[in-house]
Design a protein around this ligand. Structure first.
Ligand code: ZN
Length: 163
């Protein structure tokens, strides 16, 4: 399957759209039509509502991959982690913008949408999102992509400019 076709058929994975049970409040990703958490599945029928995950979470488990799947030779070593989102669902994704040796359990990350290089035969990376360290982790921002101004950023001081 081509990447283009993959995207067309799995848009929900791209926008982190899940579902939430309005009976017990459990969030699911990918979305479910009934809630297995409720004592009777019938309780949740028709009460599952669309819910978009924030993409924020923390690493609960990870693996450093040294042997690339076909199509990912340029990326080794890379880290694939299980990320528990703040909403509850645990997602699998690649951790980017950080050295593999710096990845640790508990690292706060945020989903970032990245174009996949190619579809690997082994299917190591299934989703269009990857995870990068959250900005509140205190790490320098990634060199790539547009800079996101921090809410507490101080005005830039320019030498020679009258105060
Ligand atoms: Zn429920």
């Amino acid at each position: 399957m081509s990447i283009a076709r993959f995207w067309r058929e799995t848009p929900r994975r791209y926008n982190l759209g899940g579902s939430k049970c309005s009976v017990c409040g459990t969030v699911y990703f990918p979305p479910r039509t009934v809630c297995p958490e409720c004592t009777s599945h019938r309780q949740s029928i028709g009460k599952m509502t669309p819910f978009h995950l924030s993409g924020d979470g923390e690493v609960v488990s990870f693996t450093v991959v040294h042997e690339a799947a076909e199509g990912f030779e340029m990326q080794v070593p890379y880290v694939v982690a299980l990320v528990r989102t703040v909403e509850g669902p645990i997602l699998t994704g690649q951790i980017v913008d950080i050295e593999p040796k710096d990845v640790a359990i508990g690292l706060r990350v945020r989903a970032t949408f990245r174009k996949l290089r190619e579809e690997g035969k082994a299917g190591v990376i299934h989703y269009g999102y990857k995870f990068a360290p959250s900005e509140d982790e205190g790490r320098p921002s990634a060199p790539r992509g547009p800079a996101v101004p921090a809410p507490t950023a101080e005005p830039t001081k320019t030498p020679g400019t009258p105060a």
